[in-house]
Design a protein around this ligand. Sequence first.
Ligand code: GLA
Length: 394
Amino acid sequence: MTGRAPDEVVESVSRAFERTFGNAPTGVWSAPGRVNLIGEHTDYNGGLCLPIALPQRTYAAVSRRDDGVLRMASAQQDGVVEVSLDDISPEQPGGWGAYVAGVLWALRRDGLAVDGLDVLVDSTVPLGAGLSSSAALECAVAAASSDLFDLDLLATADGRARLAARCVEAENVIAGAPTGGMDQSAALLCDDAAALLLDCRSGGSRQVPFDLDAAGYVLLVTDTRAEHALVDGQYAARREACEAAARDLGVGTLREIDPAGLETALERLGSDEVRRRVRHVVTEIERVTLAVAALESGDLVEVGRLFDASHASLRDDYEVSCEELDLATATARSGGALGARMTGGGFGGSCIAIVRASDADAVAAAIAAAFEAEGLTAPVSFTVTASGPAARDR
Ligand code: GLA
C-alpha cells in the first residue's frame, strides 16, 4: 500500500522540483504519517499516548532562498503558491500551503534565523485518512529548515522535540486546527520497530519495542474512506469540554485526576455528557500504561483487550467514532483480531487491528465485504510496521 518505493519518490520529487523551479533542489527530506496504538484524545489533556511512525511518508524537495520568499508546489496539485515570510498569518497563504508556511512562521517566532524556501512536496501518506499527512508535511519542512539554515535541531531528541513544538504552533495558529501535538512528536521522534510512549505533561518520551512480526501477528490498518476533518467544530468541542471540566475540578489538566478517585471526581461534574468525556480521558490514560506493560511482557492478548476497551470508550463515552469505524473494528474482531480500535481524531479516518499474519488478507476481505453489504465506500486495508522519523533522504 505504500505503493511507490521511497527511492522512486525521492527521485520523482527532485525532478518535479527541477521542472517547477528551474534548478535541482539542495536536498530531499521526509517525515512519516502515524497511527496511534492507544491513548486517543489524551494529548491535549496532558496525558499519555503511544504512536508508531508509518512507512508512508511525505517528501519535500527543498532549496533555501535569501529574499524572504516562500514558494511551494505539490505533485498532487497544479500551480505554485507564493508568500512572503512577513505576510504569513492565519489568513495567508491558506489551503495546504498553511502547513508549510506555518512552520517557517513558528521557527521565526522562536527566534531562529530562517529565510525563504522553494519547496516541492509529494506524499505516500493517504490524505484525509486520519494518518497525519498534515503533520508529516510540517515535519518534513521542519527537518529541511533545520538542515538548510544550520539550526542543528535534528541531532538530538531535545532538538527534535523543539521542532515538533513549532510544527504544533504552525498547525494550531496558521492552519487553524486545534490539535494536541501527538502527531508531530510521532513524526519527529518515533523509531523503527518501536512505539513512542509520549508523556504530554512532561514532554518526555521513550521508545517501547513494537514488533508484532516476531510473534506471528501484523498491525492491519483500514482507511474507512469516511473523510474526517480536524478543522471542523467537533474536535475543538471535545477539547473545550475537557478544558472546562478540568477548570470545574480545579486541576490544570485531566491528567491530574487519579483513576482511583475518578468516581468522586465525576460526581462533582454537572452533566452526564461531561462525565462521559472525562471518564474516557482518565480511563484511556490508564489503558496506555497497561498497554505498555503488556507489550513489554509480550502479552498481545491483553493489548488486544485494551484496544477493544479503548474503542468502546471512544464510541460510547467520547462519541468520536462513526458507523464505518464501528463496522470495520467489529468485523476485524469477528475475523479473529486480538483487538481493534479507531485511531486518530475519529469521525472517520482509519482503524487498526492486531491480527495473525496468516489471517490479514481474510480480515481485510471481510471488512471490504461488510462495507459493500452496507452500501459504504470501499475501504482500503494494508499492514504496517513501525518505521523511522523525519530525516534527510538525499
Ligand atoms: C488528532 C490530533 C492529535 C490527537 C488525536 C486524538 O490526530 O491531531 O493531536 O488529539 O487526534 O488522539
